[in-house]
Design a protein around this ligand. Sequence first.
Ligand SMILES: Nc1ncnc2c1ncn2[C@@H]1O[C@H](COP(=O)(O)OP(=O)(O)O)[C@@H](O)[C@H]1O
Ligand SMILES: [Mg+2]
Length: 279
Amino acid sequence: MPDTTPAQRPAKDSRASALEKRNIELIRALNDLRVRDALKTRFLSNISHDLRTPLSAMITHAEILRDGLVGTLTPRQQSSVDGIISGGRQLLDMVNEILLYAKGSAEQLTLAITEFELEPLIRQLYALNTSLLEKKQLSFEARLASGLPRLRADRDKISHIIGNLLGNAIVFTPSGGRVWVAATQGKTAAGLEVVIEVGDTGIGIAPEHHDLVFREFAQVDASPSRPHHGTGLGLTIARQLVELHGGRLWLESQLGKGSRFFFSLPECHLEIPGGGMAA
Ligand SMILES: Nc1ncnc2c1ncn2[C@@H]1O[C@H](COP(=O)(O)OP(=O)(O)O)[C@@H](O)[C@H]1O
Ligand SMILES: [Mg+2]
């Protein structure tokens, strides 16, 4: 039995050709969006690359002034030069963040794998942040489980991920609070993994914003009067870098109750003591 009569067939054919036409239009629109997205990424990459050179030169010249290499500065001049240097560095960090994001979006990031211990890396990050922690009177604690395997990963990128999460924890925790970094080893169906946590007792994030904070350029408080002026790219990049290692990045947080960000590193990025290389 035919499922359509001759009278029904033209209607069905015209529906099919309308659908096909729509399909072609959608594919064209998608390709167009892809081209625009690639152009945007290239623009971001070029502009941030070009901004870095003059900005670095400005910082270097200000450092020459600060170090008295072209004459002694008065205390007031010294304080102005210090302002130029710290503002310049802040700007350079933001430009570097945009460049890293553009590279990640264009899938141009690669891993430079070395073997290293987590503990000295955390100590280094703590040292970099001591003045900020002291300024805000925040306590810091590193809780690394004993017998953690050495990592076989991209040290700079792991440092960038933890540094970024730590930076956020410090920014979003009011004076007198606590900030910590913890690491444990666990087991999943896929094998061993190390989970690193960066936590704080700060302002927290409402559940409805848990997805938003990982979106590019997104900030919970995006008002011009917000106290913190970041690019909104930190968590997007951190997630890109974790996923580049085959891990996951997630968060647990409630408004007003602090935040805990976790990321995992799978067995192929661990060196199991006494058992040779994992995976
Ligand atoms: N530890 C935290 N506590 C509270 N809010 C946070 C924390 N970390 C991130 N956020 C929220 O997520 C947003 C995005 O973070 P991020 O991607 O690092 O960008 P940025 O720091 O440049 O704003 C922040 O603006 C903030 O609203
Ligand atoms: Mg940030």
